[in-house]
Design a protein around this ligand. Structure first.
Ligand SMILES: C[S@@+](CC[C@H](N)C(=O)[O-])C[C@H]1O[C@@H](n2cnc3c(N)ncnc32)[C@H](O)[C@@H]1O
Length: 272
């Protein structure tokens, strides 16, 4: 328990320090997925078209881009994060987009959440599960979803590739926090055994080449920092990096099945 409290404090301190540097005027409500790539089309197959009055739980909401996205679509959102500074920004973002009354923000630990049974239509999380004990939170998520068609949707870093294991071992010092771990087969199995139906897609397989080239360049310049990969991931569609990324993403479709799981990210959509 003491270990867990220490880890949570580390998470909160780290993400507080990031939040202090974020300019909230530059944040747009979004799920942070590129709709032109496979990730966007996959997730939109599982998200209901009409989110009006749907109940959404946004876990590890950070500065609220996804919470405000859901609220703008008419959903009623509960959003939780361990970092008080991130929650402060998230409230500001919700006010800016005039949906503050549709989002309840909670500063706290996802693992300690006490949630009503059969309540939420969607439990959403981006880059949160890999900070948590998955065997502990998946049953909590399953329990709070509505019985008929409740969906758990998560976007997480994936660790099936031996290349990523090597990267993690060699470059642990540039990880963001000490507790984070990419998702492995065992984590996916927990979803598969808990939910009636689980679909997933691994993305950014060939685009990893782009990541690698960029990463090597940063090493040469001695300029590798946490979140270095966002430069590639967030590159606008009209930039050269963005276009190459989209092209490589399309080529991922033609890879044999056994290679598909070696992507950088996984998107999981489970139905209760
Ligand atoms: C990588 S950030 C992702 C934030 C947001 N989902 C996004 O995509 O921008 C991970 C977030 O999880 C939060 N977090 C980590 N462990 C947590 C926990 N046990 N309970 C609640 N939030 C947690 C951090 O404070 C941080 O804001």
């Amino acid at each position: 328990m003491i270990m867990k409290t220490k880890q949570l404090k580390e998470e909160a301190d780290f993400f507080n320090s990031i939040a202090r540097r974020v300019n909230i005027n530059k944040i747009k409500p979004s799920l942070g997925l590129n709709t032109k790539r496979r990730e966007g089309s996959f997730i939109h197959k599982y998200l209901p078209n009409n989110l009006k009055n749907k109940r959404v739980l946004d876990l590890g909401c950070g500065y609220g881009a996804s919470s405000v996205y859901f609220a703008k679509k008419g959903a009623r959102v509960v959003a939780i994060d361990a970092s008080p500074e991130s929650i402060k920004l998230a409230k500001k973002l919700a006010r800016q987009y005039k949906v503050r009354d549709r989002v309840k923000f909670i500063t706290g630990d996802v693992e300690q959440l006490i949630l009503e049974k059969d309540t939420y239509d969607i439990v959403f999380g981006k880059a949160i599960l890999h900070h948590l004990t998955i065997s502990k939170v998946v049953p909590i998520i399953h329990r709070c979803l509505v019985r008929k068609g409740g969906k758990a949707i998560f976007i997480e870093p994936l660790g099936f590739s031996p290349f990523f294991s090597l990267y993690d071992r060699l470059f642990r010092r540039i990880a963001r926090t000490s507790g984070e771990l990419r998702l492995k087969q065992n984590d996916l199995s927990i979803f598969q055994t808990t939910f009636t139906n689980t679909n997933w897609i691994a993305v950014d397989i060939l685009p990893c080449l782009l990541y690698m080239v960029y990463f090597c360049n940063l090493i040469i310049k001695n300029d590798v920092k946490p979140y270095w990969h966002r430069k590639i991931y967030d590159a606008e569609d009209n930039t050269m990096i963005g276009q190459v990324h989209t092209l490589l993403d399309r080529l991922d479709n033609f890879l044999p099945c056994w290679v598909q799981k070696f992507g950088w990210k996984i998107i999981i959509c489970s139905t209760k």
